[in-house]
Each structure stands twice: as C-alpha cells, then as structure tokens.
Design a protein around this ligand. Structure first.
Ligand code: NAD
Length: 265
C-alpha cells in the first residue's frame, strides 16, 4: 500500500524522546513537514537534529501543553510559517503509580493536566485551522490502561480513559468538516517512561507472558499506525480506539500457546 503524506503539516507533542520522537521521524520520512513540541527547547535538540537531516523545513518549539497562551502562540507561528495543519498527534503524556491512598493530590492534578487538559487545549487551538481547511486528522495517545487498568495505576488509567471519550466526542463534533479523530492504545513499549527492559528478568517475563506476540512493542509500531491514520487511506476511520498492544486482549492465557508450540524464542 502506498501512503502519500507529502507536503502535509503535522504537529506532534511530547516529541523530545520515546514514541513521540519516532512518530516525528517516521512522518518526516513520509514527506510530512513536522512541527515538534516538548516542554523545553533543550530537550528537543536530538529530535531537531535528526528531523533536520530528513527535512530542513521541520520546526521545533518549547511548549508545555498545559499552557494555553503558549500553545496559541506556537500554533499561530506554525500556521504563519507553513500555511496549514493537517495532522495533530497528541502524544505527550506522563504516568503516575501507586494505590490511591499513596497518590498526592498534586500528582493527580499533574497527570490529568498533562494527559487530559493538555490534549483538550491542543485540540482547541488546532481545530479552527482544520475547520477552515475542511479536513484534518487528530490522533491521540491513549493506553491499554484505558481498556483494562493496572492495579496501582488508577490515576493514569482514569486520565487515558478520559482521552478516549474526548476522542469519541470530538469525532462526533468534527465529522461535518471531514476531520477524523482517533486514539490508540499501546501496551508495553520500553521508554524512559517505564524502563521495562531494566526490570528484573522474571518480572519482564511475567509482563511479556501477557502478550500474544510475546515481545515488547517498539516506537516504530506506533509510528507506523500514526502514519496510516494520518493518510487518506484511513479517511473512513473516526472515533476509534485502536488496540496496539501485541494482543493483550486476544486470549486469556497467551503464554499457553508458547508452551504448546515448538517455536524457539
Ligand atoms: N511506552 C508505553 O509503553 C506506553 C503505553 C501506553 C501509552 N503510552 C503513551 O504514549 C505517549 C508517549 O509515551 P513514551 O513512553 O514515549 O513516554 P516518554 O516519557 O518517553 O515521553 C513523553 C514525552 O512527553 C513530554 N511531556 C511531558 N509533559 C509534557 C508537557 N506538559 N508538555 C509537553 N510535553 C510534555 C516529555 O518531556 C517527553 O518527551 C504517552 O502519552 C504515554 O502515556 C506509552
């Protein structure tokens, strides 16, 4: 399948590292002019370097997605420079762990402010631009935790469930302008957010045994989905939550298939 994203303009939040950085680079390789946002300009240095090797038109901005005034400035500047916004990837997110009594109110506020309010503020700023164009793609990072929460992860799970309902509600509002809004639910992708591959071997095996495909996800797995959802090939998909977890929901005990099989891992 040929996906043509050339000359499209994409805003990607949380672009300094991890999945967000890979989304930026994958979109740029497909010909997209990428506008990469993260909290500080310094954090964006490596993304800026790698992006500019692919496309010198790429832009980076320090932008905390909790700051509505800063978002407005950044979006106005990007539109003045590039003329349009075709794709918004709300990737920035933070996690918090702990059973409820141990979670400080300030930690609850931070997670909801970044994951939910930040997504809301970015959509609010970009949607008028997309409405003028009568087209657009909004793609939101949810999480498998929005489908099945983890014990000790209620704060994060609640925030990502809110992102899913925001996605569905906006899909409904924006259908008349042919703006699609979708979310994806990654399972376990080792990044600085979770340090999965630095955990004790037995813990890693316990986590992997919950996956039908029995491997960690890769940032490229998510970036490939984002490229597809950004394209005209996905024009009839909206309001969807796409499970990209390596099959966490496919069967109850996926490790049994490995015990029965003669496939060496
Ligand atoms: N890694 C996984 O296994 C996994 C699973 C499910 C969902 N997700 C989601 O995918 C997204 C990316 O995850 P990751 O693993 O790459 O995380 P990460 O921690 O490596 O990267 C997150 C990025 O978001 C940025 N960020 C945080 N707060 C911000 C703010 N207020 N304004 C702007 N940028 C901000 C950080 O600086 C960082 O660069 C997150 O929304 C996360 O919840 C990840």
């Amino acid at each position: 399948m040929h996906i043509d994203l050339s000359e499209k303009v994409a805003i990607v939040t949380g672009a300094a590292r991890g999945i967000g950085k890979e989304i930026c680079l994958s979109l740029a390789r497909e010909g997209v002019i990428v506008v990469a946002l993260d909290v500080t300009e310094a954090a964006l240095a490596s993304t800026a370097h790698d992006l500019h090797e692919i496309d010198p038109r790429a832009r980076t901005y320090a932008c905390d997605i909790r700051d509505a005034a800063r978002i407005d400035t950044v979006i106005a500047d990007a539109v003045a420079a590039l003329g349009r916004i075709d794709i918004l990837v709300n990737n920035a997110g933070v996690v918090d762990e702990g059973v409820i009594e141990t979670v400080a109110e300030a930690r609850w506020d931070l997670v909801q402010d970044v994951n939910v309010k930040g997504t809301f503020l970015m959509c609010k700023a970009v949607i008028p631009v997309m409405k003028r164009q009568r087209s657009g793609r909004i793609i939101n990072a949810a999480s498998f935790a929005a489908i099945v929460p983890r014990v000790g992860g209620v704060v994060y799970a609640a925030s990502k469930a809110a992102v899913v309902q925001l996605t569905r509600g906006l899909a409904g509002e924006l259908g008349p302008w042919e703006i699609t809004v979708n979310a994806y639910a990654p399972g376990m992708i080792p990044t600085e957010m979770n340090h999965f591959t630095e955990r004790p071997a037995q813990e890693q095996e316990e986590l992997l045994s919950t996956l039908t495909l029995h491997r960690w996800g890769r940032p490229e797995d998510i970036a490939n989905l984002v490229c597809f959802l950004s394209s005209d090939r996905a024009s009839y998909i909206t309001g969807a939550l796409i499970d990209i977890s390596g099959g966490k929901l496919a069967t109850q005990l996926p490790h049994e298939a490995y015990a029965l099989s003669d496939v060496n891992r």
